[in-house]
Design a binder for this molecule. Structure first.
Ligand code: ME8
Length: 505
């Protein structure tokens, strides 16, 4: 089984912020989970380096677009080990291998008769790099996303015959009701299609910072055509000497934010159809992380609005796993949701440090104290087993739908169950009475096994912590087919464990 998951490729016109980290961590959680299922996974992320947004910032900073791209692509690359992303490749759209492949595919679209040249006139947002339709223009001809004035553009362009894909796109939506999730985004994209599709400009004549149109070298491709194709081109050169396209295309899942829905859910499948290529199986559209400002108002975090929460600072204080956990616990993946340092601190303390970290250290300490560090080799408690019943398939089913927050909630319900179990069993009381030795064995064994079971499932969310804890439990296997509560025997030795979520300095 092959599983291919992607993030958007991020613009290099500024440094990465928590919004970018968020999408990449979401994709990483799914990639790690699918590896645990024994699937062959390919996880792609990267940077979008051509186009007007990049050229404009480079001009303001007095550097060439390539210099700006090199500098900022490095920042996105640096973010990946910090957030512990397990991506298999990082694509940069200035890679000549990407450029050549874009020219190939676009030439095919041209040869198939889906392009023509005409005069373009319309309102254009240089930050979105997007021509706006009437419905997308805010008051005073401004961009509703960036809140800046739109430019009136008029030039000879190559066009993509998007209008001819109206019916095929409607069929795609009708035949695949799950192809865009969540449902609200499916409906939004379908409404856009049902509203009637205009042809779209696919080249720019004035710009030189882009990939040359092979059949008209005075033009470069409009950046979105170049950018979207990354998902397909990367497979042809990501692994030296190998072409992974037949293994991984079509992609299983594109994860994107709702700001770029139209490009992914309308333009992209139409482009692929025009090139006679299969469309991806699914797109998951998530909401915005919103920063709560001092007045309590929530605004989208973005480079242009200048209210950015620096993921590096957050991780310096609380650690990478805490950031990964918090983002997907606090905000229901798919919806918009507010994040703040206050709720971050609260969840760190009450959930990560107390519910989980303390549960693990108390359990290991009790096994050390009462059983010389050996997990009793007895059966697990059937009452607790009943509460874990079906957890692994349930988590798999939720993650198949990219319901990352719901899956975490189900796992955390068991973390809380284990905390209650400690209180119910009170091993420190059982230890005082020799007649209760068997009960103590069962309690300690069940706790160790319960912690192992939840930790294997938590691995995609908090990989560093999970590795430390599984090591201390003497059980490092991550495969999901051995993850069920009770699947592993007792009798192993446990080791030392430093506090998993210490008080931040
Ligand atoms: O749009 N909350 O790049 P970009 C959640 N290059 N996610 C956020 C976010 C926020 N506040 N801010 C950004 C582009 N994101 C194009 C994409 S793909 C072929 C080309 C995430 O740098 C989210 O995934 O503006 C969003 O879709 C993406 O960053 C936009 O990144």
């Amino acid at each position: 089984m092959a599983y291919y998951v992607t993030t958007p490729i991020y613009y290099v016109n500024a440094a990465p912020h928590l919004g970018h980290a968020y999408t990449t961590i979401g994709a990483d959680i799914l990639a790690r989970h699918h590896r645990q299922r024994g699937e062959e996974v390919f996880f792609l992320t990267g940077t979008d380096e051509h186009g007007e947004p990049v050229a404009k910032v480079a001009e303001q900073e007095g550097v060439s677009p390539k210099e700006l791209a090199d500098r900022n692509a490095q920042r996105f690359l640096d973010l990946l080990p910090r957030i512990n992303a397990s991506n298999d490749f990082f694509i940069r759209t200035t890679d000549p291998r990407h450029e050549a492949k874009v020219q190939d595919v676009m030439q095919r679209i041209h040869d198939n008769g889906h392009t023509y040249k005409a005069l373009y006139e319309g309102w254009y947002c240089p930050k979105c790099a997007d021509f706006k339709t009437d419905a997308e223009i805010a008051e005073g001809h401004t961009c509703p996303i960036h809140r800046i004035p739109l430019d009136w553009e008029s030039e000879e362009n190559w066009f993509f015959r998007l209008s001819t894909f109206e019916e095929p796109l409607k069929r795609l939506y009708a035949d695949n009701p799950e192809w865009v999730a969540p449902r609200t985004r499916y409906n939004e994209a379908l409404a856009f299609i049902n509203g009637g599709l205009n042809d779209v400009s696919l080249s720019r004549g004035k710009l030189t910072w882009g990939i040359t149109v092979p059949w008209d070298p005075d033009h470069v491709f409009y950046v979105w055509f170049d950018a979207l194709l990354n998902y397909y081109t990367a497979l042809s050169f990501a692994r030296d000497g190998e072409d992974l396209t037949s293994t991984f295309w079509p992609a299983n899942l594109h994860i994107i934010g709702k700001d770029i829905l139209k490009f992914h859910a309308v333009f992209w499948p139409a482009m692929l159809m025009a090139a006679d290529l299969p469309v991806p199986q699914r797109e998951l559209i998530h909401g915005y992380l919103l920063m709560r400002d001092s007045s309590g108002e929530e605004t989208k975090m973005s480079k242009s609005l200048g209210n950015v929460l620096d993921p590096f600072e957050v991780m310096d204080t609380f650690g990478t796993d805490a950031l990964r956990y918090y983002c997907f616990r606090e905000v229901n993946f798919g919806q918009d949701g507010g994040v703040s340092t206050t709720t971050f601190g609260e969840r760190y303390e009450s959930e990560l440090a107390n519910d989980y970290g303390n549960l693990a250290s108390r359990t290991l300490a009790m096994i050390g104290r009462y059983r010389d560090g050996v997990v009793p080799d007895v059966d697990v408690d059937p009452a607790l087993a009943a509460d874990f019943d079906g957890l692994v398939p349930e988590v798999c089913a939720l993650l198949d739908n990219a319901e990352i927050t719901q899956a975490l909630e189900r796992i955390w319900t068991r973390v809380r169950r284990l905390n209650r179990y400690v209180e119910e069993q009170a091993p420190w009381q059982l230890a005082k009475d020799d007649a209760k030795a068997a009960e103590l064995d069962t309690a300690l064994r069940s706790l160790a096994e319960g912690i192992r079971a939840v930790t294997v499932l938590l691995h995609p969310y908090i990989p560093e912590t999970a590795a430390k804890l599984l090591e201390a439990l003497g059980e490092t296997e991550l495969a999901l087919d051995g993850a069920a509560f009770g699947a592993r025997p007792g009798g192993g030795s446990v080791g030392e464990l430093a506090p998993l979520f210490p008080k931040p300095q």
